[in-house]
Design a protein around this ligand. Structure first.
Ligand code: A3P
Length: 296
């Protein structure tokens, strides 16, 4: 596949104080008016929390562990990313969502207050995955480097400051994880952690099955665990984003399936960066019963 337009990095435009791209800003009224259906399942995450991983897990469960069916299309086509606009000449996430048959599974990175209201009105099930702030920051930085339509990341040091200040796409990690954490008390939200899935995929996949009211044989569960392991997803073109044109995603700069680990932040944060990060983190995460593991 080739790209017939000039690939440039997106500029940021804020919606209700949340940095989005100018393209998302341009169709914000349509995004906000999105019509969810009662049997829609929404996968919500802050960027780089393991979205693709949970997407593959969910699709494997829905397809009863049929790996062939899960390879029917790239993950970003199987599960439309509702607010995303790559380019005006391509179908937007909204248009893709409108095209696929029900029951639909949809993806969003929106903070809870920007989720189109019809998802709440229709009482849709939502799976939220959260990942610790430090690994998320590192993963997000490398993703900005490889994805040529993400805003310019600058140096790691510069990126980390923007990340802490919430001046990155989809806003503050801190507000995102906290907002969704509070929302789970009033809505049908399964709140999962990347670190838990990494530690015990069987236990966490079983939680997803229960949430989706799916009962699968042990052999099927084994197959799902196997197929959604990092190494297998890294080798799977329908999951690893290598089907995107290289002008958009340059896996030579940094592969989409980069490390898939807990604690890789230790290879990036300097001692000083880590101390300042912890200090700031404590303030931002004060008074909430939400804790993260930064290592396993
Ligand atoms: P790293 O950059 O730390 O490797 P998202 O899908 O939300 O964009 O998140 C991408 C991150 O999830 C990347 O993190 C990627 O490697 C990791 N990831 C994807 N599939 C995974 C899997 N099966 N197991 C563990 N991590 C996975």
């Amino acid at each position: 596949t080739t790209v017939h337009w000039e690939v440039t990095r997106n500029e940021i435009a804020e919606v209700e104080g949340i940095p989005l791209t100018t393209r998302m800003y341009g169709i914000w009224d349509k995004i906000w008016a999105f019509q969810a259906k009662p049997d829609d399942l929404l996968i919500a995450t802050y960027a780089k929390a393991g979205t693709t991983w949970i997407q593959e897990i969910v699709d494997m469960i829905q397809q009863d562990g049929d790996t062939k069916k899960c390879k029917r299309a790239a993950v970003y086509e199987r599960i439309p990313f509702i607010e995303w606009v790559v380019h005006e000449s391509l179908p937007s996430g909204l248009e893709q969502a409108e095209k696929i048959p029900s029951p639909r599974t949809l993806k969003t990175h929106l903070p809870v207050q920007l989720v189109p209201p019809s998802f709440w009105e229709q009482n849709c099930k939502i799976i939220y995955v959260a990942r610790n702030a430090k690994d998320s920051a590192v993963s997000y930085y490398h993703f900005h480097r490889m994805n040529q339509i993400m805003p310019e990341p600058g140096t790691w040091e510069e990126f980390l400051e923007k990340y802490k200040a919430g001046k990155v796409l989809w806003g503050s990690w801190y507000d995102h994880v906290k907002g969704w954490w509070k929302a789970k008390d009033n809505h049908r939200i399964l709140y999962l952690f990347y670190e838990d899935i990494k530690e015990n995929p069987r236990r966490e996949i079983q939680k997803v099955m229960k949430f989706l009211e799916k009962d699968l044989e042990k052999e099927v569960l084994d197959k799902i665990i196997q197929n959604t392991q990092f190494e297998n997803m890294k080798d799977n073109p329908m999951a690893n984003y290598t089907t995107k044109p290289p002008e958009l995603m340059n896996h030579k700069i940094s592969p989409f399936m980069r490390k898939g680990a807990v604690g890789d932040w230790k290879n990036h944060f300097t001692v000083a960066q880590n101390e300042r990060f912890d200090e700031d983190y404590e303030q931002k995460m004060e008074g909430i019963s939400l804790t993260f593991r930064m290592e396993l």
